[in-house]
Design a protein around this ligand. Structure first.
Ligand SMILES: NC(=O)N[C@@H](CC(=O)O)C(=O)O
Length: 358
């Protein structure tokens, strides 16, 4: 990062968790990766049907490249019973980066998610051997009998993370979109092969913000003020195993805005179009602006072995007094999406990209 208070430049921002959807919606939202300041997208596989094999992942990558070839797309497979050690070797050889695990039924398109991690030992062993990354949606399903609900589903998941790391210490694991102090402490206590993504919105929200406000509703839900403080603290500390994964998850306007007695609103917040200015704004609000480059680029790139090179571009942000995010959004009809933070001001805007000095 260079410059004094009025401009900041960041080397090759990388978003290590993003939903780019498919079909017409993908055409609307994929260009927003660059619009939001990012040049690398770590792409989630929870499509309909999910991306479960190498061919599908390569086809999906080609579709995204056709929409915006300037972004580097790192692809993932959806952990499901059809994933075999042979398929892992094939995927690794084809340049697929990771495997995403969704516990069954906890979030959007997770009906095919997993129920037991032990059943996948051979898959995890092949991933460890080939250097693939395991991305964990770290929640357990709600169960009334054991008092599990959205507020304690993440702490209840952490024993699975500890067990997986103990069994496969060389397997790189990322606990995705952590929302609790317990998760931060757990990841810190584990070895260098375990990292954690944090979203922009979880640095801003608590329970009070989404209870009754569907536009702030996502999974995992934002938790207590002390949990948000733990996320802010670990970013301010500049801990190298914590980095941005936006979990930017666009849902059509109707799905977010309309709940009924039989339909809940969709879970997911859309941050891609405003991402880098928003992250700068939030980090500045809790005294961590000097950690911006580590959080949005260096840390994640180091963990994934995708370091920015001298020839990569730097993205420049300029301080503005107040730039309000439009509430009109993008697209139309079934592709009409409205970003998180709509109607609110951000104190930074993207200026330009310029060649990084060697
Ligand atoms: N974050 C969300 O609330 N939703 C995500 C899925 C996920 O990451 O849980 C989605 O795909 O919409």
């Amino acid at each position: 990062m260079s410059g004094a208070a009025e401009t900041i430049s960041v080397a090759s921002p990388a978003d290590f968790h993003v939903h780019l959807r498919q079909g017409e919606l993908a055409k609307v939202v994929t260009p927003h990766v660059r619009q939001g300041g990012f040049s690398l997208a770590y792409v989630m596989p929870n499509l309909k049907p999910p991306i479960t094999n190498t061919e599908q992942a390569l086809l999906y990558r080609a579709q995204l490249q056709a929409i915006d070839p300037a972004v580097e797309y790192l692809m993932t497979l959806y952990l499901s019973p059809e994933l075999t050690p042979e398929e892992i070797r094939k995927a690794a050889a084809a340049g697929i980066t990771g495997v995403k695990s969704y516990p069954r039924g906890v979030t959007t398109n997770s009906e095919g998610g997993i129920e037991s991690y032990d059943a996948y030992d051979a898959v995890f062993a092949a991933m460890e051997e080939t250097g693939m990354v395991l991305n964990l949606h770290g929640e357990v399903p709600s169960v009334a009998e054991t008092n599990i609900c959205v507020l304690n589903a993440e702490p209840a998941f952490l024993p699975h993370l500890r067990k997986l790391h103990a069994k496969f210490p060389k397997l790189r694991i990322v606990l995705e979109h952590a929302t609790t102090r317990a998760a931060v402490e757990c990841v810190k206590s584990l070895g260098d092969t375990v990292a954690c993504t944090i979203t922009a919105h979880h640095l801003a929200l608590t329970v009070d913000d989404w209870a009754g406000q569907s536009w702030n509703f996502c999974k995992p839900v934002a938790k207590y003020p002390d949990d948000r403080m733990a996320l802010q603290e670990v970013v301010r500390e500049g801990h190298p195993r914590f980095f941005l994964g936006s979990d930017s998850a666009p849902h059509p306007f109707q799905a977010k805005a309309t709940a009924s007695p039989t339909h809940a609103c969709a879970a997911g917040l859309y941050t891609s179009p405003v991402l880098l200015p928003l992250v700068a704004h939030l980090l500045e609000s809790f005294g961590a602006l000097d950690k911006l480059e580590g959080f949005v680029s260096t840390h994640g790139r180091a963990f994934y072995g995708r370091r920015a090179s001298a020839s990569d571009r730097r993205v420049v942000l300029r301080r503005v007094s107040s730039k309000v995010v439009g509430i009109e959004g993008y697209g139309a009809g079934p592709t009409h999406v409205v970003p998180f933070w709509a109607g609110k001001a951000i104190g930074w805007e993207l200026v330009e990209e310029r060649e990084q000095e060697a």
